[in-house]
Structure formats: C-alpha cells, structure tokens
Design a protein around this ligand. Structure first.
Ligand code: ZN
Ligand code: ZN
Length: 318
C-alpha cells in the first residue's frame, strides 16, 4: 500500500507567493557559500538531502486530500483542493490505470466542512461518463451538501459520472476496494469521522479534524484502540500546545503534544502530523516538527515511532 498526500493544509489553502519563494531562494543562495556542483544529479541531491525542507519545499498549500493505493479501486480521503492535483495526475496517466473497466473512485469524507469538499467540483472524473464515484461517510446530509455546492450561485457544473453516497456506521468494518475499513466518530463541531484501512496485514489511519480530550479520558482509550499498532497514522495536529489550550480550545482540532502521546501509547510505527495551520510559515512549522520529535524523546524514550509533518506531494510506502 502506498499513501500519497495531495493536500495537507487545514481550514483554507495556504498559497505560495513570490515573497515566500524569494525568502526561500535567499536562504538557499546564502547557504551555498561558494559551493560548486559536479552536475545536475549533484544539484538535485543537494536540494533533496542537504537543504532544510522549509527552504526546499512548502508544508502544504492545498486543503486535505490523501490517496491510498494498493486496493482494487481508487481510495481517496477527503476532497479538499488537493483532489484537483490528483485529477491532473489521472489525466496525465489516462490509459495507464491499473484498475480495469469503468473507473471507480471511493472518496471517504471526514466531514462536510468546506476545506474537505471544496475541490470536489474540480475533480474531473465527476464529468466523465462511465465513471463511478462513491462518497463514503458518516453524515446523513452528504448528498445535500454536495448538491448545494453545485448550485448556480457556487459552481453550476452537472455531474456525468454515477455519483452515489454510502453512509457508514462507526465501529463496524466494511470491505471497500479490497480494504477492510473501520470508521470512528470524532470530536469536532458538527461531528467528523476517521477511518482505519487494513489490507495484507498493513494498516493506515486517516484521522483529521478531531479534538482529543485529556489523558485518562474515555476518548483517549477509544483512540489508542483505534490507532493500535498501525503502520501509519495521519493525525490532526493543527495547533501548538499553547494555542490549543487558550484561544482555540473547542475549535475542533488537536495539538502536537496530544498527537504524539496518543501515537506512542498505541504503538504506531509512523505518525504524520496533518491539517497544518495555514497562518504558520514554513520555518516555524519546521521548528514545530523538531519540537514535537524532541517531546517524543522526553515523553517515551523507548519509542521507535517516526514523526513527520505532512506536505503536498509526500508519498509513503507502507
Ligand atoms: Zn478541516
Ligand atoms: Zn472541520
């Protein structure tokens, strides 16, 4: 199974602009200090391995969309603006798809807040006859929300694909595209749902927009069970601890500290901090990641869990 991150910012896109880029270029050029390169490969290796990510990349510009491959059909979590880039990849590889016959896209929606559905009208398979799109989720009004999105005042494009909706019950396993999928209900305004995907003895959890409760709570043991021994957990860690406990309490998101504690308690192999705060710049997010890794060493010195911060284009083989 492979996990590809197409969109990783929370709440709204964080566009890259010329000023961001000029700052990054300034940092790169300043760090060169007369260094010379043997050729193109050498330059690429320098950019990928030696530069800090805050200079070499962006910690996410699109809103949430994650693709999980390894099943018999497409499996996508959320339809934020990242789904447009997935759509472009599908167009560029048309005819090379490993899935036979009419294409089936399973979209697991965490919830219906705008950042998780705003890319749907730009997902080109919606306009292809013969395609089948199944929206899976826990909310009763998924169809109504996507219908309202297509109203004239927003973006009046009629779907040509067969679009259907499948309501899932938390706590029950479903078989979808060869995966065993387990939904869980999460603490978020208007509710949200996380999903655990299992196939061939491997497991990936997608759990965003979830405000976790204090240590020792029933919520904690429910999520430790849900994350138990997972190979990869994508977790909401939008806020630094201080923000989460002050102005942004009850906003429906979690902090990096609770994310690490839950991951370590559950024996997770690889934890990905996700739904990155759109108002925080890349150098600050890089510090946020190193602080989080340092906290894990203090909290559980024996833990072998890897902690990373999601970015658009990140790809992980599980
Ligand atoms: Zn969100
Ligand atoms: Zn939300």
């Amino acid at each position: 199974m492979k996990v590809h991150f197409w969109g990783t910012r929370g709440s709204l896109p964080a566009a890259a602009n010329t000023l961001n880029l000029q700052e990054k270029m300034f940092g790169v050029l300043k760090g060169l200090k007369g260094r010379s390169f043997a050729g193109d490969e050498d330059i690429r290796a320098f950019a990928e391995k030696e530069l800090p990510f805050s200079l070499a990349g962006y910690y996410g510009t699109n809103t949430p969309c994650v693709e999980i491959t390894g099943g018999t059909e497409y499996v996508i979590c959320d339809a934020g603006t990242g789904i447009r880039d997935l759509s472009r990849r599908l167009a560029s590889t048309a005819g090379e798809t490993p899935h036979e016959g009419p294409r089936v896209f399973n979209i697991f929606i965490s919830h219906l807040h705008w950042d998780h559905i705003q890319g749907f009208p730009f997902f080109m398979p919606v306009y292809g006859e013969g395609n089948r799109i199944v929206i899976h989720g826990g909310h009763s009004d998924m169809e109504g929300a996507l219908d309202r999105q297509r109203e004239c005042a927003n973006i009046p494009l009629p779907a040509k694909a067969d679009v259907s909706f499948r309501r899932l019950e938390p706590g029950r396993y479903y078989e979808v595209a060869g995966f065993q999928v387990l939904p869980i209900s999460q603490n978020h305004p208007g509710d949200s749902y996380g999903y655990r995907f299992e196939i061939g003895g491997r497991s990936v959890v997608y759990s965003t927009d979830s405000e976790h409760q204090e240590e020792g709570s029933a919520d904690e043991s429910r999520f430790v069970g849900f994350f138990r021994d997972a190979d990869l957990v994508i977790i909401d860690a939008q806020y630094p601890l201080l923000d989460a406990f002050s102005v942004k309490e009850n906003w429906g998101h979690s902090n990096n500290i609770v994310a690490v504690e839950l991951g370590a308690k559950a024996g997770v192999r690889h934890l990905i901090l996700f739904h990155n705060e759109p108002t925080i710049d890349d150098p600050t997010l890089e510090t946020f990641l190193s602080d989080t890794r340092r906290y894990l060493k203090i909290y559980d010195p024996q833990s072998t869990m890897t902690v990373d911060l999601a970015y658009d284009g990140m790809e992980i083989e599980v």
